[in-house]
Design a protein around this ligand. Structure first.
Ligand SMILES: [Zn+2]
Length: 186
């Protein structure tokens, strides 16, 4: 068993889902690409310790549906399922003489997955600015993101994907626009 108090950083969760998740890798045509080394992930939580690639793949695939869910209710349902399955125990620890909530679960993947689910629940429920979770709308990209925009209108994982999509849409419109007597060069 392992006990933790600190939340897992959202940036780490997003990176794990994008780098190790089956759906995101397939959407990007990266199914055969080697997995990155776990040490390259941003803000690694101490809890993640030495999770190997198969364990990270499982964490990613278990959390991906929370981002890919079409409604908030479906995402919440999925988080609840993870917590029911791995059943982290709520504990309380004395930190500087004051009580602090802590959680306990089987060490390794179960603890990491539980901690990630708790982070996502907190981020969505009481989080600083997190509006919703989503997946990138760009072609050949399935990366997930955390939407902190005030209007909850984020559609892309990155400005790269946003620009790429805008440029493609512009080209498509130009191609489809009926031209006069000239023939298209492409
Ligand atoms: Zn993207």
């Amino acid at each position: 068993m392992t006990t933790w108090t600190d939340p897992v950083p959202l940036a780490w969760i997003v990176a794990v889902v994008n780098e190790y998740g089956t759906r995101a890798r397939e959407a990007a045509g990266e199914r055969e690409r080697p997995y990155p080394s776990p040490e390259t992930l941003p803000e690694p939580p101490a809890l993640a310790g030495r999770l190997d690639v198969p364990a990270l793949r499982e964490v990613a695939d278990r959390l991906d549906p929370v981002f890919a869910a079409s409604t908030a209710e479906a995402a919440i349902d999925h988080l609840d399922g993870v917590l029911v399955e791995f059943a982290p125990l709520t504990r309380v620890q004395a930190v500087g003489g004051r009580p602090m909530l802590a959680w306990q679960a089987a060490a390794g993947m179960p603890a990491v997955l539980s901690a990630c689910a708790i982070t996502l629940v907190q981020a969505l429920g009481e989080g600083a600015g997190v509006r919703r979770l989503g997946t990138c709308d760009a072609e050949r990209c399935g990366d997930v993101y955390v939407d902190t925009s005030p209007t909850s209108t984020r559609r892309f994982c990155s400005t790269t994907c946003q620009t790429r999509t805008k440029v493609a849409a512009h080209r498509r419109r130009r191609r489809e626009r009926p031209t006069s007597a000239t023939t298209a060069s492409d």
